[in-house]
Design a protein. Structure first.
Length: 341
C-alpha cells in the first residue's frame, strides 16, 4: 500500500555485527527519511538472542534510537505475548498503564495492550502518544503477532523534521499559546471511549482524584458522562538530546481530522456545539485553530513519513518524542501488541 502518498524504501545494508550467538545485520531501512534503524537476526534469532545483543550493545542502541527515532528489531521471534514481555524487560524498563488514553484498546497483561482497535478501513493519523497529557511515555513498543494480509503499515515520521518544515509564524503561535484539548467521555453508550475505559476504573472519586492531580479540568454531565479539558504545549524539548520537536495532537483532536460527511453527522448529533464533540482542540487561549494551519501540519507529516511491511515477530521501538506514528487501513487479520515505558 502507498498510504497518503508515502513511498516504501528498499533497505540497503550498512554493516554487519557478528557474535557467537547469531549473525546480526544492521542498516537504515529508509535512507531518504533516515528511519527506522533496523537490527535483524539472519539465522533464526530468539528473544534470548535479542536480550544478549541488547546487553552487549546498550549504548549503541540508545545512540541509534536518538539518531533515528525508531528501531525495528526483526528475526528475533517476538511473535507471542510471552516473548514480547521478555523482550520488554530488556528494552523497556517499568511499563505504564494506558490510563487517560483516547484510543480503544484491550489490556492483555501487565502493561501490554492491543494496538488501537479502530475499524480496519480507518486511517489513524500520525501523532505522539499521550502528548495531550501532563505526563507521557518516553518509549513505545509494537510487537507483530499476526502480520496483516494486506497493508496495515505502522507509519512513522521524525518529529524534529516535521517541526523544521512548518511555517515559522505557525510555530510561533502554537508555541505561544499551546493547545487546549477537550474530550467528552460517555458512561458506557455513545461515540468514542467511555470514561471507565479511559481511566481503567468505574470509581468516579478515583477519576476525579486523577484529574485533579494531572491538573485537568473535569465536569460530570448528564447521563453520567464526563468532560475533561487540559492545556498542553505544542512543542517540547527532548530530555536527552535537547532537540525541539513538534509534540501534540491538535490535528488529530480537531473535527477537521474526520471525513466531511462523518464530521457533519457528528455536528448534528451534538446540535452544532463543537465543544460537545468526542474530541476538540483549540489554542490554549481559547482561539479556534484555522483548518489551513492543521492541513499544513498534516502535509508536513506526509512529507516526512515512511513505513515498512510488518513481518510476524517484528518488534518496533519508538522514542515517543522524536517519532510520531500512525496506522494505514488494512485487510485480513492483524494483531499488533503495544507497550509503553
Amino acid at each position: 500500500m502507498n498510504p497518503a502518498g508515502f513511498k516504501q524504501a528498499v533497505p540497503i545494508p550498512l554493516l554487519y555485527y557478528w557474535s557467537r550467538i547469531a549473525v546480526i545485520q544492521v542498516q537504515v531501512f529508509d535512507h531518504q527519511k533516515n528511519m527506522p534503524y533496523m537490527v535483524e537476526a539472519l539465522d533464526g534469532g530468539t528473544e534470548q538472542t535479542l536480550a544478549r545483543y541488547c546487553q552487549l550493545q546498550e549504548t549503541f542502541i540508545c545512540q541509534k534510537l536518538h539518531q533515528h527515532g525508531a528501531i525495528l528489531f526483526r528475526g528475533f521471534a517476538i511473535d507471542n505475548e510471552k516473548n514480547f514481555a521478555h523482550a520488554l524487560k530488556i528494552l523497556g524498563g517499568p511499563l505504564l498503564d494506558y490510563v487517560d488514553g483516547n484510543s480503544p484498546r484491550t489490556k492483555q497483561g501487565s502493561g501490554i495492550y492491543t494496538s488501537t482497535e479502530y475499524p480496519p478501513d480507518h486511517f489513524i493519523s500520525l501523532h505522539n502518544e499521550l502528548s495531550y497529557c501532563a505526563a507521557w511515555p518516553n518509549k513505545l513498543f509494537f510487537c507483530c503477532i499476526t502480520a496483516p494480509e494486506k497493508d496495515g503499515n505502522t507509519i512513522i515520521a521524525d518529529s524534529r523534521k516535521v517541526l523544521e518544515t512548518l511555517d515559522a509564524d505557525l510555530v510561533k503561535r502554537f508555541e505561544a499559546h499551546g493547545i487546549c484539548y477537550t474530550r467528552n467521555l460517555h458512561s458506557g453508550y455513545g461515540f468514542g471511549p467511555s470514561w471507565q475505559a479511559t481511566f481503567e476504573t468505574d470509581n468516579k472519586e478515583g477519576v476525579a482524584r486523577f484529574c485533579s492531580q494531572a491538573q485537568m479540568q473535569f465536569q460530570w454531565l448528564d447521563d453520567d458522562a464526563l468532560r475533561v479539558t487540559q492545556t498542553a504545549p505544542a512543542i517540547v524539548s527532548h530530555p536527552v538530546t535537547g532537540e525541539r520537536v513538534w509534540f501534540n495532537q491538535a490535528d488529530q483532536f480537531h473535527p477537521s481530522n474526520h471525513p466531511e460527511q462523518f464530521r457533519e453527522a457528528l455536528m448534528e448529533l451534538v446540535d452544532g456545539d463543537i465543544q460537545a464533540l468526542p474530541t476538540y482542540a483549540c489554542f490554549g487561549n481559547g482561539d479556534p485553530i484555522d483548518e489551513q494551519m492543521l492541513q499544513h501540519v498534516r502535509d508536513a507529516f506526509a512529507q516526512h513519513a515512511t513505513f515498512f511491511p510488518w513481518q510476524q515477530g517484528d518488534l518496533l521501538m519508538i522514542d515517543n518524542l522524536l517519532c510520531a506514528h500512525g496506522r494505514a487501513p488494512f485487510q485480513g487479520p492483524r494483531r499488533i501488541l503495544v507497550a509503553m515505558s
